[in-house]
Design a protein around this ligand. Structure first.
Ligand code: HPA
Length: 283
Protein backbone atom coordinates (compact mmCIF):
# COMPACT_ATOMS: atom_id res chain seq x y z
CA UNK A 1 0.00 0.00 0.00
CA UNK A 2 1.29 3.47 -0.76
CA UNK A 3 0.44 6.56 1.26
CA UNK A 4 -1.60 9.39 -0.24
CA UNK A 5 0.63 11.59 -2.39
CA UNK A 6 -1.85 14.40 -2.83
CA UNK A 7 0.16 16.92 -0.81
CA UNK A 8 3.63 15.97 -2.02
CA UNK A 9 3.70 19.11 -4.13
CA UNK A 10 1.92 21.45 -1.74
CA UNK A 11 5.06 23.59 -1.42
CA UNK A 12 5.26 24.02 -5.21
CA UNK A 13 1.57 24.86 -5.36
CA UNK A 14 1.99 27.53 -2.69
CA UNK A 15 4.94 28.99 -4.58
CA UNK A 16 2.94 29.02 -7.82
CA UNK A 17 -0.03 30.77 -6.20
CA UNK A 18 2.27 33.29 -4.48
CA UNK A 19 4.14 33.95 -7.74
CA UNK A 20 0.81 34.57 -9.47
CA UNK A 21 -0.14 37.25 -6.92
CA UNK A 22 3.33 38.79 -6.98
CA UNK A 23 3.10 39.11 -10.75
CA UNK A 24 0.39 41.71 -10.10
CA UNK A 25 1.68 43.45 -6.99
CA UNK A 26 4.49 43.63 -4.46
CA UNK A 27 2.08 44.71 -1.71
CA UNK A 28 3.16 43.24 1.64
CA UNK A 29 0.23 42.38 3.88
CA UNK A 30 1.02 42.07 7.58
CA UNK A 31 -2.28 40.73 8.84
CA UNK A 32 -4.44 38.03 7.23
CA UNK A 33 -8.21 38.00 7.71
CA UNK A 34 -10.68 35.19 7.17
CA UNK A 35 -14.17 36.65 7.12
CA UNK A 36 -16.94 34.34 8.24
CA UNK A 37 -20.66 34.98 8.22
CA UNK A 38 -21.46 38.42 9.61
CA UNK A 39 -18.15 40.09 8.84
CA UNK A 40 -18.51 40.43 5.08
CA UNK A 41 -19.16 44.17 5.57
CA UNK A 42 -15.51 44.76 6.47
CA UNK A 43 -14.67 44.43 2.78
CA UNK A 44 -16.55 47.65 2.07
CA UNK A 45 -14.25 49.55 4.43
CA UNK A 46 -11.13 48.22 2.79
CA UNK A 47 -8.92 50.76 1.09
CA UNK A 48 -8.61 48.31 -1.80
CA UNK A 49 -5.31 47.68 -3.51
CA UNK A 50 -5.96 44.44 -5.44
CA UNK A 51 -8.76 41.93 -5.81
CA UNK A 52 -8.85 38.45 -7.33
CA UNK A 53 -11.76 36.07 -7.66
CA UNK A 54 -10.89 32.77 -6.04
CA UNK A 55 -11.09 30.96 -9.37
CA UNK A 56 -8.26 33.14 -10.74
CA UNK A 57 -5.78 32.03 -8.07
CA UNK A 58 -3.83 28.86 -8.92
CA UNK A 59 -4.74 25.82 -6.79
CA UNK A 60 -7.62 27.45 -4.94
CA UNK A 61 -10.51 25.03 -4.55
CA UNK A 62 -13.27 25.65 -7.09
CA UNK A 63 -16.56 26.69 -5.57
CA UNK A 64 -19.50 24.35 -6.05
CA UNK A 65 -22.11 26.96 -5.15
CA UNK A 66 -22.86 29.63 -7.72
CA UNK A 67 -22.76 33.16 -6.36
CA UNK A 68 -20.51 32.09 -3.49
CA UNK A 69 -17.31 32.36 -5.46
CA UNK A 70 -15.31 34.34 -2.90
CA UNK A 71 -12.55 36.89 -3.35
CA UNK A 72 -8.99 37.38 -2.24
CA UNK A 73 -8.31 41.04 -1.50
CA UNK A 74 -5.36 43.18 -0.50
CA UNK A 75 -5.50 46.67 0.89
CA UNK A 76 -5.46 48.76 4.03
CA UNK A 77 -8.02 48.39 6.79
CA UNK A 78 -7.84 50.83 9.70
CA UNK A 79 -4.39 51.70 8.33
CA UNK A 80 -3.10 48.11 8.54
CA UNK A 81 -1.92 46.34 5.36
CA UNK A 82 -4.14 43.26 5.13
CA UNK A 83 -4.90 40.29 2.91
CA UNK A 84 -8.47 39.09 3.10
CA UNK A 85 -10.20 35.82 2.34
CA UNK A 86 -13.78 36.90 1.78
CA UNK A 87 -15.70 33.65 1.67
CA UNK A 88 -14.45 30.34 3.02
CA UNK A 89 -14.66 26.68 2.13
CA UNK A 90 -16.24 24.22 4.55
CA UNK A 91 -15.69 20.52 5.03
CA UNK A 92 -19.45 19.88 4.77
CA UNK A 93 -19.39 21.20 1.20
CA UNK A 94 -17.34 18.16 0.24
CA UNK A 95 -13.78 19.51 0.16
CA UNK A 96 -11.06 17.59 1.93
CA UNK A 97 -9.47 19.30 4.92
CA UNK A 98 -6.34 19.74 2.79
CA UNK A 99 -8.18 21.35 -0.11
CA UNK A 100 -10.18 23.76 1.99
CA UNK A 101 -7.13 25.05 3.86
CA UNK A 102 -5.08 25.94 0.77
CA UNK A 103 -6.19 29.63 0.87
CA UNK A 104 -5.24 29.88 4.56
CA UNK A 105 -1.87 28.30 3.80
CA UNK A 106 -1.29 30.79 1.01
CA UNK A 107 -1.78 33.71 3.42
CA UNK A 108 0.75 32.16 5.82
CA UNK A 109 3.13 31.39 2.95
CA UNK A 110 3.05 35.06 1.92
CA UNK A 111 4.55 35.91 5.28
CA UNK A 112 1.70 37.50 7.24
CA UNK A 113 2.59 38.17 10.87
CA UNK A 114 -0.79 37.10 12.25
CA UNK A 115 -4.10 35.66 11.16
CA UNK A 116 -7.53 36.81 12.34
CA UNK A 117 -10.40 34.38 11.85
CA UNK A 118 -14.11 34.91 12.44
CA UNK A 119 -17.04 32.53 12.57
CA UNK A 120 -20.56 32.17 13.89
CA UNK A 121 -21.18 29.47 16.46
CA UNK A 122 -23.77 27.93 18.70
CA UNK A 123 -23.18 28.47 22.42
CA UNK A 124 -23.30 25.80 25.11
CA UNK A 125 -22.16 28.25 27.81
CA UNK A 126 -24.99 29.89 29.71
CA UNK A 127 -22.98 33.08 30.21
CA UNK A 128 -23.14 33.83 26.49
CA UNK A 129 -26.08 35.52 24.79
CA UNK A 130 -26.94 35.40 21.10
CA UNK A 131 -25.11 38.32 19.49
CA UNK A 132 -22.16 38.16 21.93
CA UNK A 133 -18.60 37.99 20.64
CA UNK A 134 -16.35 35.34 22.20
CA UNK A 135 -12.55 35.13 21.97
CA UNK A 136 -11.62 31.52 21.24
CA UNK A 137 -8.94 30.33 23.67
CA UNK A 138 -8.76 26.68 22.63
CA UNK A 139 -10.53 24.06 20.52
CA UNK A 140 -11.60 20.46 20.44
CA UNK A 141 -11.29 19.00 16.97
CA UNK A 142 -14.07 16.54 16.20
CA UNK A 143 -13.67 16.65 12.44
CA UNK A 144 -13.14 13.28 10.77
CA UNK A 145 -10.31 14.69 8.62
CA UNK A 146 -7.13 16.63 9.42
CA UNK A 147 -5.36 18.94 6.96
CA UNK A 148 -1.96 17.85 8.30
CA UNK A 149 -2.62 14.19 7.51
CA UNK A 150 -0.37 12.56 4.94
CA UNK A 151 3.16 13.28 3.81
CA UNK A 152 4.71 16.19 5.74
CA UNK A 153 6.91 18.67 3.89
CA UNK A 154 9.39 20.06 6.41
CA UNK A 155 9.80 23.19 4.27
CA UNK A 156 6.23 24.04 5.26
CA UNK A 157 6.12 22.91 8.87
CA UNK A 158 7.02 20.20 11.35
CA UNK A 159 5.45 16.74 11.41
CA UNK A 160 4.05 17.04 14.93
CA UNK A 161 3.11 20.67 15.64
CA UNK A 162 2.71 21.54 19.30
CA UNK A 163 -0.67 23.12 20.05
CA UNK A 164 -0.10 24.45 23.55
CA UNK A 165 -0.56 27.98 22.21
CA UNK A 166 -2.70 27.28 19.17
CA UNK A 167 -4.54 30.52 20.01
CA UNK A 168 -1.91 33.21 20.53
CA UNK A 169 -2.00 34.61 24.07
CA UNK A 170 -0.85 38.12 23.18
CA UNK A 171 -3.51 38.42 20.49
CA UNK A 172 -6.15 37.19 22.97
CA UNK A 173 -5.03 39.83 25.48
CA UNK A 174 -5.13 42.50 22.84
CA UNK A 175 -8.68 41.47 21.87
CA UNK A 176 -9.77 41.42 25.56
CA UNK A 177 -8.45 44.94 26.12
CA UNK A 178 -10.21 46.17 23.00
CA UNK A 179 -13.48 44.57 24.18
CA UNK A 180 -13.20 46.08 27.65
CA UNK A 181 -12.49 49.46 26.12
CA UNK A 182 -15.59 49.04 23.95
CA UNK A 183 -17.65 47.94 26.97
CA UNK A 184 -18.31 44.50 25.51
CA UNK A 185 -18.15 41.43 27.78
CA UNK A 186 -14.78 39.80 27.02
CA UNK A 187 -15.73 36.12 27.02
CA UNK A 188 -13.06 33.47 26.37
CA UNK A 189 -14.29 30.07 25.23
CA UNK A 190 -13.44 26.65 23.84
CA UNK A 191 -14.65 26.01 20.28
CA UNK A 192 -15.71 22.51 19.30
CA UNK A 193 -15.38 21.90 15.57
CA UNK A 194 -17.81 19.42 14.01
CA UNK A 195 -18.30 18.62 10.36
CA UNK A 196 -22.01 19.56 10.05
CA UNK A 197 -23.96 20.42 7.97
CA UNK A 198 -26.69 19.41 10.41
CA UNK A 199 -26.94 21.22 13.70
CA UNK A 200 -26.55 19.12 16.83
CA UNK A 201 -29.06 16.89 18.58
CA UNK A 202 -29.87 17.74 22.23
CA UNK A 203 -27.64 14.85 23.31
CA UNK A 204 -24.78 16.21 21.21
CA UNK A 205 -25.11 19.73 22.66
CA UNK A 206 -25.04 18.09 26.12
CA UNK A 207 -21.90 16.17 25.16
CA UNK A 208 -20.22 19.35 23.88
CA UNK A 209 -20.89 21.02 27.22
CA UNK A 210 -19.65 18.01 29.20
CA UNK A 211 -16.37 17.70 27.29
CA UNK A 212 -15.58 21.38 27.95
CA UNK A 213 -16.94 23.17 24.90
CA UNK A 214 -18.44 26.65 25.09
CA UNK A 215 -19.00 27.09 21.35
CA UNK A 216 -19.78 24.77 18.47
CA UNK A 217 -19.36 25.34 14.78
CA UNK A 218 -18.45 23.85 11.43
CA UNK A 219 -15.36 25.79 10.39
CA UNK A 220 -12.15 27.36 11.74
CA UNK A 221 -10.41 24.37 13.36
CA UNK A 222 -8.66 23.23 10.18
CA UNK A 223 -7.58 26.79 9.37
CA UNK A 224 -6.10 27.11 12.86
CA UNK A 225 -4.25 23.82 12.39
CA UNK A 226 -2.52 24.86 9.16
CA UNK A 227 -1.69 28.32 10.54
CA UNK A 228 -0.03 26.67 13.53
CA UNK A 229 1.74 24.25 11.23
CA UNK A 230 3.17 27.31 9.46
CA UNK A 231 4.00 29.16 12.69
CA UNK A 232 1.52 31.96 12.17
CA UNK A 233 -0.07 33.38 15.35
CA UNK A 234 -3.87 33.14 15.30
CA UNK A 235 -6.74 35.09 16.82
CA UNK A 236 -10.27 33.71 16.47
CA UNK A 237 -13.45 35.52 17.45
CA UNK A 238 -16.84 33.79 17.35
CA UNK A 239 -20.20 35.43 17.09
CA UNK A 240 -22.83 33.56 19.09
CA UNK A 241 -25.79 32.93 16.82
CA UNK A 242 -27.82 30.52 18.94
CA UNK A 243 -27.95 29.62 22.62
CA UNK A 244 -27.85 25.87 23.21
CA UNK A 245 -26.80 25.74 26.85
CA UNK A 246 -29.96 24.00 27.99
CA UNK A 247 -30.24 20.86 25.85
CA UNK A 248 -33.56 19.96 27.55
CA UNK A 249 -35.19 23.17 26.33
CA UNK A 250 -33.86 23.77 22.87
CA UNK A 251 -35.79 25.58 20.21
CA UNK A 252 -35.28 24.90 16.55
CA UNK A 253 -32.39 26.78 14.93
CA UNK A 254 -33.00 27.98 11.41
CA UNK A 255 -30.48 29.34 8.95
CA UNK A 256 -32.53 32.56 8.84
CA UNK A 257 -32.07 33.01 12.60
CA UNK A 258 -28.33 32.43 12.36
CA UNK A 259 -28.03 34.95 9.54
CA UNK A 260 -30.22 37.54 11.32
CA UNK A 261 -28.10 37.36 14.49
CA UNK A 262 -24.98 37.43 12.34
CA UNK A 263 -26.24 40.59 10.70
CA UNK A 264 -26.98 42.31 14.01
CA UNK A 265 -24.04 41.00 16.03
CA UNK A 266 -21.73 41.30 13.05
CA UNK A 267 -21.63 45.06 13.58
CA UNK A 268 -20.08 44.54 17.03
CA UNK A 269 -17.45 42.14 15.76
CA UNK A 270 -16.78 44.48 12.85
CA UNK A 271 -16.11 47.37 15.29
CA UNK A 272 -13.91 45.12 17.42
CA UNK A 273 -11.75 44.03 14.48
CA UNK A 274 -11.34 47.65 13.35
CA UNK A 275 -10.16 48.53 16.85
CA UNK A 276 -7.70 45.60 16.88
CA UNK A 277 -6.39 46.47 13.41
CA UNK A 278 -5.88 50.07 14.48
CA UNK A 279 -3.65 48.80 17.30
CA UNK A 280 -1.55 46.79 14.81
CA UNK A 281 -1.31 49.74 12.45
CA UNK A 282 -0.12 52.02 15.24
CA UNK A 283 2.41 49.53 16.64
N1 HPA B 1 -23.94 24.13 15.73
C1 HPA B 1 -23.01 24.04 14.76
N2 HPA B 1 -22.66 25.05 13.99
C2 HPA B 1 -23.26 26.23 14.18
C3 HPA B 1 -24.24 26.40 15.17
C4 HPA B 1 -24.60 25.29 15.99
O1 HPA B 1 -25.45 25.37 16.89
N3 HPA B 1 -24.65 27.70 15.10
C5 HPA B 1 -23.93 28.28 14.11
N4 HPA B 1 -23.08 27.41 13.56
Amino acid sequence: MSIAKSNYNLFDQLNEAAAYLRKHTDFKPKTGLILGTGLGGLVEELDLHMKWDYQQVPHFPTSTVEGHAGALLMGHLAGEPVIVLSGRFHYYEGYSAQELTFPTRLLCHLGIERLLISNVAGSTNRQYRAGDVVIVKDHINMHPDNPLRGHNDERIGVRFPDLLHAYDLKLQELASSAMLKMKMPAHHGVYVGLQGPNLETPAEYRMIKIIGGDLVGMSTVQEVLVANHMNTPVLVTSLVSNECHDPDNLTETTLEEVLEVARRGGAKMHALWMEILTTFAEA
